[in-house]
Structure formats: C-alpha cells, structure tokens
Design a protein around this ligand. Structure first.
Ligand code: ADP
Ligand code: ZN
Length: 432
C-alpha cells in the first residue's frame, strides 16, 4: 500500500507547523550555498527571525537567471561527494538549468511519485510503460523509481518509436502509461494506422499526462480515444520534476504536496501574493531538499489555488491545471493570447484532428496569426464545401475567443511536425 494517510490528510494547522520546522532546516542548509550565503548577507537576513511559513515573504525570490548565473555548482548546500544524481530542465526557454540530488533527495522524490501514482490508482499488479525520455529529463527516471517503489512491473520504453510502443503494450499487457498529451494524440493515429483499437485490443486503464499544458477538453479526448482514465501530472525540474502536484481520483485540480513544498501564488507584476482563488504565478520553496534547496522559485507558470477542501479528504491544497507560462504568452495587436486558449477551442470542434501549430508573422508593422490545423481524413478527397465550412467554423470560433481573426489552413492528418518531447505550438517569425 502506498497511501500515506497521516501526511496526506494531516490537518492544516499541523501541516503548517511541519512546514515551519522544515523551512528553518532548509534555510540553515541554503545558507551554506554560495548563492544564498551571499543573498542573505546582502539582505541582512536573520534566518532565526523566520518562524512560520507566513514569514516566507521575507525570503528572496529565486529565478531561472539566478540558477544560470550560478551554473553549475553555486546552489549546492553540501559537498559534491554527497551527490548521487544530476538532472536538467528540458530547456524550453533558453539554456537548461541543472539540479543535483543526494541519496535522501532521491528517496524523498521517489516517495512523492509513489504517493501520486498510488493516489491515481496504480498498484503493484499494474504493468507500467513509461513513454517519457529517459536521461537528463526528469520524467523518465522520476516516474521509473516511483513505479518501482509501488512494485509495479516497469517497462522503461522511453519516448518515440510508436509502433514498438504499441507492440510492447500488446505483448506485455500494459495497464498504465506515462505520456506527453500531444504525443498521446499522435500515437492514437498510429494505432489506427496499424489497425489496433486501444479500447478493445489493449489492457490500458490508467494514464499519467504530464510535462506540457493541456486543456480539459484535450484530456477528455485522450480518455475517449483510449478508454482509460488520465491524470494530470505537474512538476518542474528545479523542484525535482514530476511528483510535485498530481490529480486525485476527483480529477478536479492537482494536490500540491505541502509537506515537501511551500506554495505561493503571486502577481507577476507586483510580486505580491494574491488571495486563494485568484490567478497568478506559482512560486514554490523546497522543504526536504538537502543537496540543492531552492527558495521561492518563480516557476513562470500561471494557475490558481482551488479554494475549499477536496472531497477525497486530502488536505494539501489544489492548483488548477496550468494556463500557460508567463513567457509563452503571445501578444498580438495588443491582445494577450495563450496557446492553450486555441487548443481548447480546437478540441471542441468535431472534425479537428490531433495536431496544430500557430505561426506569427509581421509585415508592414502588422502582426498576423496563422493556425495550421490537422483535420480528420474523411474531410480530404470528399466534398470541398464541407472542408470550407469547417475552416470557416474554426475561424469564427477562434475569433470569438481571442478577439482577432486568424488565418486558418487545414492540413492532412500527420502532416505537421510531431515532437517526441514537448510539443512546439508557436512559431514566431516576427523577430527583426
Ligand atoms: P523547462 O522549463 O526547460 O521546460 P522542465 O522540463 O522542468 O523545464 O519543464 C517544466 C515546465 O513544464 C513547467 O514549468 C511547466 O511549464 C510545464 N509543465 C510540466 N507539467 C505540466 C502540466 N501537467 N501542465 C502544464 N504544464 C506543465
Ligand atoms: Zn483530492
């Protein structure tokens, strides 16, 4: 059994006391690193004065730039001898950052992943196929260790090679998978191509979708295509990676594990906290990391705390699915647009296929947006008027949501580039 009842349902007051104790330990450790040692001295920070988790606001924020400037070892709070593992971010935005772990750190992280997967229903009788890139990326080894801890049979399939993935699922009767949502949609087209029906011909019952933003519609679409239940998994390498926040069986927001992290939502402009329920940038502090503690890390991810208790009984607060990163927001003719808004609309329209890409251009100081959308095979080779009607509908629906009129090009299934890792949704040609 991997249900840590005492911790998962701990009453809030007790949880906050635990956080305060762990925060003080974290600060003592952080002080030993070159970066925080210097920052605390500059700020004249007396860490003895930090008594409750409410004092966390007195601590310095940490950004990706801080990590880059201290590359590679400036955040270490222990000797290099104590480290056993290095990971890095996928480098979605510029140079990747590296994170180091001690034995205890890997143990704590593994624990969190086992807790998450168990919560979503994985058991030792499951056959778990991990379809994430192994190596530096945290989605491979992170889930791998967690699933082994539960005692499931783990198939470390790694990313890509779709036909082999399907073969593995069939031969070994895979019941649970970990997969990037955009790749799950793509893989469903390969299932069709090889004449295998995932609902009928596999034993799949559970999926963990992680590493990139996706809408509720997209989740439902994936669940429908495969006939399994899919759970949202969120994390970033600076905070270990996956295991940080995960959906429970209610599938209504992700519990973020407050025995391991202090959670704040701030206004990204004023950097002040916003009340529970309001949207802002997620900022988190590690509470159990020994090798490389990180304080008040600006994730750049936009979300909000879902107010109120979760019917499942867990007391750790829930964050809503990520709306986007502050740095993937597109500004077009003064309008702020997130790729996820486009995805959400597209997924509602029957006939739309499994992939799309947004292209931004500039001519004569005028910005324009083109959305290339894969549509289902039936639409090609058939009635052209039907295709045109679909195109117009997409234009109208997008316009009603993003308030500008995009150009929409319909393309055949599988004609847009498909990434094995995170999908690249936006191509911005506007740079001068
Ligand atoms: P990088 O910042 O280089 O992409 P990571 O590989 O650590 O580094 O990716 C972490 C980021 O991936 C998060 O900050 C978030 O933007 C995104 N992400 C991960 N999981 C999810 C998820 N379930 N929903 C939305 N976004 C996610
Ligand atoms: Zn819950």
């Amino acid at each position: 059994m991997y249900w840590e009842k005492e911790i998962e349902t701990m009453d809030r007051e007790q949880l906050e006391r635990l956080q305060a104790v762990r925060l003080r330990e974290t600060l003592e450790r952080a002080k030993k690193s070159v970066h925080y040692g210097k920052r605390f001295a500059e700020m004249g920070l007396d860490i003895g004065g930090i008594r409750t988790d409410a004092d966390v606001e007195k601590l310095p924020l940490t950004t990706k730039d801080d990590l880059r400037e201290n590359w590679p070892y400036g955040f270490l709070a222990c000797s290099r001898d104590e480290l056993i593992r290095m990971h890095s971010s996928s480098g979605t935005t510029g140079r990747a950052t590296v994170i180091f772990h001690t034995t205890r750190d890997i143990g704590a992280w593994t624990n969190l992943l086992a807790r998450c997967m168990y919560m979503a229903g994985m058991r030792r009788s499951d056959v778990f196929q991990n379809m994430m890139t192994y190596g530096l990326f945290t989605g491979g080894l992170g889930f791998h260790y967690g699933a082994e801890k539960i005692g499931a049979l783990v198939i470390p399939a790694g990313a890509g090679n779709s036909k082999r993935q399907i073969q593995l699922m069939r031969d070994f009767e895979t019941t649970a998978i970990h997969i990037i949502p955009s790749y799950a949609l793509h893989l469903s087209t390969v299932f069709t191509e090889v004449g295998v029906d995932p609902r009928r011909d596999t034993k799949l019952r559970l999926a963990f979708l992680g590493a990139e933003p996706h809408s509720e519609k997209m989740r439902r679409k994936i669940e429908d295509l495969y006939g399994f239940r899919a759970f949202n998994s969120y994390g970033l390498s600076e905070m270990n990676g996956p295991g940080m926040a995960f959906e429970c069986p209610e599938q209504d927001g992700m519990h973020i594990w407050e025995d391991n992290y202090i959670v704040e939502i701030i206004d990204p402009m004023t950097l002040k906290p916003v009340p529970d329920g309001e949207e802002g940038e997620l900022v988190t502090t590690t509470l159990l990391r020994e090798g490389m503690p990180i304080l008040r890390y600006r994730t750049m991810d936009l979300t909000r705390i879902i107010p109120g208790p979760c019917p499942c009984g867990r007391t750790h607060r829930r964050i809503e699915r990520i709306k986007g990163r502050t740095d993937d927001m597109m500004i077009l003719k003064g309008v702020n647009i997130f790729p996820i808004q486009i995805e959400k609309k597209l997924m509602e329209i029957p006939g739309v296929g499994t992939n799309f890409v947004i292209i931004l251009d500039r001519a004569d100081y005028n910005d324009s947006m083109t959305v290339k959308v894969e549509v289902q095979k039936e639409f090609f080779g058939g009635d052209l008027r039907q295709l045109e009607a679909l195109r117009r509908r997409i234009v109208e629906e997008l316009k009603s949501d993003i308030l500008i009129t995009p150009r929409v090009d319909l393309v055949e299934p599988d004609s847009l580039p498909q990434s094995e890792g995170k999908a690249k949704r936006v191509i911005d040609n506007r740079k001068d």
